[in-house]
Design a protein around this ligand. Sequence first.
Ligand code: FAD
Length: 466
Amino acid sequence: MSSGVGVVWFRRDLRLADNPAWARATSDHERVAAVFVLDEVPLAGAGPRRVGLLVSHLRALHEDLVAAGGGLHLLRGRPAEEIPGFAAAVGASALHLNADVGAYARRRDDSVRRALDTVRFVSHWGNHVHPPGTVAASSTGRVHRVFGPFHRAWRSTAPEPWPEPGGAELLAPLDAPAWPSATLGADHPGTAMEPPGGGERAAHRRLARWMDHVDDYPSARDRPDLPEGTSHLSGDLRFGTLAARHVLEVVGDATEGREAFTRQLAWRDWYAHLVAADPGFLSEPMDPRMDHVEWLDDEEGLEAWKRGMTGYPLVDAGMRELAATGWMHNRVRMVTASFLVKDLLVDWRAGEAHFRRELLDYEPSQNVGNWQWVAGTGPDAAPYFRVLNPTTQARRFDPRGGYIRHWVPELAELSDKGIHEPATVGPLELAAAGVTLGADYPEPIVEHGFARGRAIEAYERARGRG
Ligand SMILES: Cc1cc2nc3c(=O)[nH]c(=O)nc-3n(C[C@H](O)[C@H](O)[C@H](O)COP(=O)(O)OP(=O)(O)OC[C@H]3O[C@@H](n4cnc5c(N)ncnc54)[C@H](O)[C@@H]3O)c2cc1C
């Protein structure tokens, strides 16, 4: 056991169970202090809803720490100043944390490490099933550029042993944490919301509920109209109220449904591996030929997309779900992203930035990885000539229009057929449903067939130049 005090700096791992940094600190030190820094730099882009969720997780973490005899020390400011100052004040010999792959996170952690002086900086990996660098590389020595082989290697990777928590005495803060308002640092208009169910115990209950549905995952996962079709655990994985490895252990792969579900955790690890190996991936197309796509500067189209007013009901339903809840179904994320990039030919980075602000589960590697996948600019990307047809996708994955009816209520009275393509509905049905196109609901802002051809040409020109 190391003598003295260990500090655990919580960030995207807001739990005590299955947390390597916490376990190692509580077994290596006699006394342990838990700290979180409210850092306005990442919070500025978050939006009040994500800040509200963070605060509700922090409150729950504090309560769990109080129950264990300690409490959360809540600091506010720049980590490179706050963390070394706190470590010195409590006489710490080591700082423990779980590493993160985002560009800002890495710069921040480097600056803290440099500022620590004599305090040991002990980095763990706690937020992935297999942390970056641990899944065997391809024959070129790089992270697999194709998901299939990565997944096979991922499945045969043995998990690294995690330390067992120890019985260190916990240090309690002198004052109760001064919880910030959800608008802290946020430059985002909108309503602050503190969602219920913060903390790891609530997350474990969500995982337990998901076990009643996971076996239906293969048939239900692409259906946005089925509320239990996917797990909705992405926010818990993002804030670390659940360890990905724990989710894998609980779910296992005994059935087709469980296997299909845990495969998604491998996608999450894959994008983290790619970003850890090449941080440039966060802002530049992984396929350099795609640097030459001539994107359109279509401000009006981008705004219509953000507001859910494109005239394509599935796209609009998704964008309104995102605006209202901070979450969007994966299939619909693909359709909305494809619409922006391929139908409107707007640079994927504009869509990525919008999702970054809005999503409760926003993670740099996951968001960029998926946007690049849809845009056809990333590794193992959807081929550039694959342009999702938003109407066919709606018919296939929201067959009765239940999802669209919920999020685009002005179309709710249209028939199951008409709701997917209001522009083709006859005047009598429109009148009976109380819809005037162009007034209650927009005409399509672009014609899909034309847009598809335009996108393929733009991509082909870029490939020719690259
Ligand atoms: C354009 C776009 C942007 C996205 N941005 C994010 C993001 O910022 N953060 C994020 O967590 N996910 C992102 N995703 C992936 C995916 O849409 C969400 O993880 C999923 O919808 C979350 O819902 P769920 O928890 O019910 O998923 P489930 O289907 O239940 O999947 C279980 C878990 O697997 C992981 N997962 C599922 N699909 C993917 C995927 N395609 N890529 C990586 N991990 C996946 C998630 O952690 C998810 O919680 C994005 C997808 C697209 C197409």
